[in-house]
Write a protein that binds this ligand. Structure first.
Ligand SMILES: [Zn+2]
Ligand SMILES: [Zn+2]
Length: 373
């Protein structure tokens, strides 16, 4: 079968810029990712190899120039031998792409076997999130094998220099006119091979284990915050660096407080007597109760701000406020005595011809009158 044009493979024009090529590559790499192609892995892998090859040629100025001039002929010799050099599909290749595009910032030679990052979801109470807390978490993961200390070998003398690359981890391959460096297929870039694999970890240098970790959660975290524990992810293969562990924070809804960033809001129900005459009311804060003065003639919806009774900001030292929203509650389950008193109060209101005691009510009915009049 004739080889497909590299530009066609990536779906870009011959005049495409490097960033256009990159963009096309990223899109196709996602499309043919093994996780998204469980049903037809082999086909996706083949497609991906084509895409990666096209990308590698077209983003290398020298190779691109040769390809533009000679087409596939520029690379024909050694291509079949070099094909293996594109490496394992599901492993290193993808790590490379994702660190390239998302700024993983890892050393290239280490990407292939670096351990996976892990995510742990933690749920905190508002009090814990506001004050900060230390939590013990149990994470099932891969840890470095304690028998061989991650070497993967029975004895340290069983780790020997790779014969294929003589310890360099890379080999020269010819691709048409060019000699290119590729990861050594024997040792996968490690430069060393293991003669007698460790029995405990079967030569992988790591074992599965549930790790107990203590996580310090800083004061002020909120839902969506993520804490990175560097090197606490899965151990890499054969002593390669471990990935990172991300602790994803979720803060539970509080019974009383509603959080808005560093501020807190709560509802303070008061009865009509207190609302009318004023007085003191105890309100809750995250650090215990405080007394709040309710002035006489307080209406529903009135808001009182308690400065500094909110949540500390995660970055910086500012502390938010607590907003108390007053709700005047209509009394229920009245005794006959209370009903009597209210009846009496009601009568006195009726006698109030100028609605002095209910100005809102008066203005409302004045407007209604105007509307129909
Ligand atoms: Zn071992
Ligand atoms: Zn090697």
């Amino acid at each position: 079968m004739a080889k497909k044009d590299y530009y066609e493979t990536l779906g870009v024009s011959k005049s495409a810029s490097e960033s256009e090529i990159k963009k096309a590559y990223k899109r196709l790499a996602m499309k043919y990712h093994p996780d998204k192609n469980q049903d037809n892995k082999a086909e996706a892998e083949a497609k991906f190899k084509e895409v990666k090859e096209a990308y590698e040629i077209l983003t290398d100025p020298q190779k691109k120039a040769a390809y533009d001039q000679y087409g596939h002929a520029a690379f024909e010799q050694g291509q079949s031998g070099g094909a293996g050099g594109f490496g394992g599909f599901a492993g290193g290749v993808f790590d490379d792409i994702f660190s390239d595009f998302f700024g993983g910032g890892r050393g290239r030679s280490q990407t292939a076997s670096r351990g996976n990052d892990l995510q742990y979801n933690i749920t905190l109470t508002l009090d814990e999130a506001a004050a900060g807390v230390s939590k013990e978490i149990k994470v099932p993961t891969w840890v470095s094998c304690d028998t061989c200390h991650g070497q993967g070998a029975e004895k340290s003398s069983d780790v020997v220099t790779c014969n294929t690359c003589h310890g360099a981890g890379a080999v020269q391959m010819r691709q048409g006119f060019f000699a290119v460096q590729q990861e050594c297929p024997t040792c996968h870039g490690r430069g060393k091979v293991v003669k007698n694999p460790c029995k405990k970890c079967h030569g992988e240098g790591r074992i599965q284990k549930t790790k107990t970790l203590s996580v310090t959660i800083p004061a002020g975290v909120d839902t969506g915050n993520r804490i990175r524990l560097s090197g606490e992810g899965e151990a890499g293969l054969n002593g390669a660096p471990a990935g990172d562990l991300y602790v994803q924070v979720q803060v539970k809804q509080h019974d009383i407080f509603e959080r808005d960033g560093t501020n807190l809001h709560c509802e303070i129900p008061i009865n009509i007597a207190l609302a009318s005459l004023g007085g003191e009311v105890e309100v809750p804060t995250l650090n215990g109760k405080v007394s709040l003065t309710i002035p006489a003639e307080t209406q529903t919806g009135k808001m009182f701000r308690l400065r500094g009774k909110g949540v500390k900001s995660l970055r910086g030292s500012t502390i938010g406020d607590l907003y108390c929203h007053v709700v005047v509650e209509t009394p229920v389950n009245l005794t006959s005595k209370q009903k009597e008193l209210l009846k009496e109060l009601g009568e006195s209101f009726k006698a109030d011809k100028n609605s002095k005691h209910s100005p809102k009510e008066k203005s409302f009915f004045d407007k209604v009158k105007k509307f129909f009049g």
